[in-house]
Ligand binder design. Structure first.
Ligand code: HEM
Ligand SMILES: [Ca+2]
Ligand SMILES: [Ca+2]
Length: 294
């Protein structure tokens, strides 16, 4: 087991030895069709793990009668994409190893593959998560997913709850080396003082659904996010503030200088984020359909 999480690195060795190869091939072909897939999968994992732990709760479709029992309808999940990709990969896994593998593990493995395919570290992740059978109220997601304008105090508090050090907290935010942010998420940033960033906002946000890249290389998992943050180009408040706050500044510099150090700290943070507060053993279920709890 890994710490006290109840997960292990050889969980599917007997019940589904093909699992990691299936997920790798699946994410690979989704990537060929759409190279922004890894960004979406990584954020999807974060938002799942943030609400009731990594239990695939975010994959549940709204129930026609009880629409508030669906976290996906929370406004905090604005811009979440590729939920269906997990169902696709799950259906291949089900054909090979029926009833064995949770949607929650497939989601974490898919995010891991996305990071590796984008040039990031190859992360060993412990497995054995179970899926929730109780869909959370969207208000739980409203409360537990951080607001777009959270600052350094807020994130240090948030990730210390997952047992992360300050270094791991700075590193996990390096996930913003991938992907985009819609202008709708940047309403609190319109008074940004960096002239280059203010100009980017002005040009990119002429359309209501406009967006900006999270760094200069949004398809590459590299340390450019930290270089960008140091030069005043941080997109969200946290991306900008991390380079200025005395508790985090030295780490932003370190990761901007040393990509290997970023990859190491990101990998251990990824494992902590994806292992805390999970269902294991006889808790929860193995869903056959990731979109439905029953
Ligand atoms: C804790 C503070 C965080 C805040 C406030 C935050 C907020 C946001 C916001 C507002 C967006 C843009 C959504 C949109 O407009 O479409 C975004 C994108 C993204 N976030 Fe975060 N995030 C945080 C942490 C994380 C973490 C821990 C991860 C992953 C481990 C992550 C991964 C991503 C990725 C990959 C994208 C790009 C998604 C895409 O291109 O589809 N974020 N984040
Ligand atoms: Ca969840
Ligand atoms: Ca990048």
């Amino acid at each position: 087991g890994v710490g006290s999480s109840g997960l292990s690195f050889n969980f599917y060795d007997e019940s589904c030895p093909q699992l990691e190869n299936i997920v790798r091939a699946g994410v690979g072909s989704l990537f060929l069709a759409d190279p922004t897939t890894p960004a979406a999968l990584l954020r999807l994992m974060f938002h799942d793990c943030q609400v009731q732990g990594c239990d695939a709760s975010i994959l549940l479709d709204p129930d026609a009668e009880k629409t508030h029992y669906s976290e996906i309808t929370s406004s905090k999940n604005f811009g979440i994409r590729k939920r269906n990709s997990i169902s696709l990969i799950k259906s291949i896994v089900e054909a090979v190893c029926p009833g064995q593998v949770s949607c929650a593990d497939i989601l974490v493995l898919s995010a891991r593959e996305g990071v590796a395919l984008s040039g990031g570290p190859g992360i060993s992740v412990p497995l054995g998560r179970r899926d929730s059978s109780n869909p959370p109220d969207f208000r739980l997601a409203d409360t537990l997913i951080p607001p777009a304008d959270i600052g350094v105090d807020g994130v240090l508090q948030l990730f210390s709850e997952n047992g992360m050090t300050v270094e791991e907290t700075v590193a996990i935010l390096g996930a913003h080396t991938l992907g985009i942010t819609h202008c709708l998420s940047l309403e609190s940033r319109t008074n940004a003082t960096n002239p280059a960033f203010a100009n980017t906002l002005k040009m990119s946000c002429r359309l209501p659904l406009g967006f900006v890249q999270n760094d200069l290389t949004p398809l590459l998992f590299d340390n450019h996010y930290f270089v960008n943050s140091m030069s005043g180009g941080g997109v969200l408040r946290i991306d900008a503030e991390m380079a200025l706050d005395s508790r985090t500044r030295a780490l932003v510099h370190k990761f901007a200088d040393d990509e290997e150090a970023f990859f190491r700290a990101f990998s251990s943070a990824f494992v902590k984020l994806s292992s805390s507060n999970v269902l294991t053993g006889n808790e929860g279920v193995i869903r056959s359909n990731c979109k439905a709890a029953y």
